[in-house]
Write a protein that binds this ligand. Structure first.
Ligand SMILES: CC1=C(CCC(=O)O)c2cc3nc(cc4[nH]c(cc5[nH]c(cc1n2)c(C)c5CCC(=O)O)c(CCC(=O)O)c4C)C(CCC(=O)O)=C3C
Ligand SMILES: [Fe+2]
Length: 342
């Protein structure tokens, strides 16, 4: 396959106090999120001056890719578009059309399947192309990378580094706790062609990271940042409830590793570094949060490898686990959940 552009597709985040409410309106339009939950999340952003870290992280990733892609022999102009904030994907795709781009390869900032992490980004791309019209570039999305060494190894090294900060790591008293963004159980059930792709992939990543970081330690997979109305079931247990259960079982030391994320999004720096850390403090647990891949050189190289794979079918497809990945998701693989009143 021949490509003439690289496109980074991400979530987007507010860049100042006045952006917070319009951003949250973009994220939650038509999704039935209770007003109280929105007010709470707006407060989380305000703790950081209304600035999400995600846009700066994407700029840094682009800067790293601008150096690394040419070194990997891939000379493509780089573009960036978001779902929920500037630069909006539709404006970026219009710019690509104006620049004469015909076929772009897209890296989406999530490793996993599910509507929120994959299907919705595919919809965003389709909508942006439809808005731009018939001469919009064709856009292919790169595959899921939940078990790629460029994703797993940085997470594993970060867990080792976090363990080293704990005063004690006796196996009987120490637990690795992996987290990912919770989603409605109905969304997980319809993730991927056979269902439960999201929780299956996240569990596979946790297994690989845990095994590489500390084979002697037990690990658990739990969920964070639950949203939505209380009567809708989401993946459980919540990380805070789980820390309580661990403390009651005699665990004294925990490393929390957010394998569900590629960089320290607001959910990581608020929901873990603040809320979960506070929960641990109250329970008297020693707590360390492991870093995310961010611009680890192995992660940046992974993106180059994924592009290389798509250009050259003979290139190796690195994978450490056994949950399969593919280049093109089947049609309607991760459908939008049914909304209240729809
Ligand atoms: C699976 C998943 C990922 C990981 C995959 C991926 O990375 O895409 C993710 C990432 C992110 N989620 C983010 C922010 C938000 N997510 C929300 C709401 C929701 N997330 C959901 C799921 C996910 N979300 C779901 C099912 C909802 C309910 C509403 C809906 O069905 O869409 C809300 C509304 C308020 C709330 O209720 O929390 C906000 C503000 C940010 C930006 C953070 C920053 O600024 O650094 C990022 C990277
Ligand atoms: Fe989210």
């Amino acid at each position: 396959m021949e490509y003439d552009a690289f496109l980074l597709v991400s979530f987007g985040g507010p860049e100042g106090p006045d952006d917070v409410i319009p951003f949250l309106e973009n994220v939650t339009r038509g999704r039935g999120i209770p007003a109280e939950r929105l007010a709470e999340v707006a407060e989380h952003y305000r703790h950081f001056g209304g600035v999400s870290p995600i846009n700066a992280q994407n700029r840094e990733l682009l800067a790293a890719l601008a150096e690394e892609l040419p070194r990997a022999g891939i000379d493509l102009p780089l573009y960036w578009g978001n779902r929920n904030w500037e630069p909006y994907l539709s404006k970026t795709v219009a710019q690509m059309r104006d620049d004469g781009v015909r076929r772009a390869i897209a890296f989406v900032t999530s490793a996993y399947g599910s509507y929120s992490a994959c299907g919705q980004y595919l919809e965003d791309i389709a909508r942006a192309r439809a808005e731009v019209g018939p001469d919009a570039p064709h856009i292919d999305k790169l595959r899921h990378f939940h078990d790629h060494p460029g994703f797993v190894l940085p997470h594993a090294d970060a867990v080792k580094a976090a363990l080293d900060t704990l005063p004690d790591r006796t196996p009987e008293r120490t637990r690795l706790v992996f987290t990912a963004h919770s989603i409605p159980t109905s969304m997980d059930a319809t993730s991927g062609p056979d269902g439960r792709r999201y929780s299956t992939q996240v569990r596979e990543t946790a297994r690989l990271v845990g095994g590489l970081a500390a084979l002697e330690l037990a690990w658990d997979l739990v969920w964070q940042s639950r949203s939505g109305p209380p009567q809708v079931p989401w993946l459980e247990p919540d990380v805070n409830d789980h820390l309580e259960a661990l403390a009651a079982d005699g665990v004294r030391n925990v490393v929390v590793s957010p394998v569900g994320f590629i960089s320290d999004h607001l959910e990581v720096i608020w929901d873990l570094d603040n809320e979960a850390a506070e929960t641990a403090r109250k329970l008297g647990l020693n707590f360390a949060r492991a870093a995310t891949p961010d611009t680890d050189p192995r992660f940046v190289s992974m993106v180059c490898d994924l592009v290389r794979e798509r250009i050259d079918p003979a290139a190796p497809r690195a994978a450490l686990g056994c949950v399969p990945t593919w280049d093109v998701c089947p049609r309607d693989c991760c459908p939008a959940p049914r909304r209240a009143g729809s």
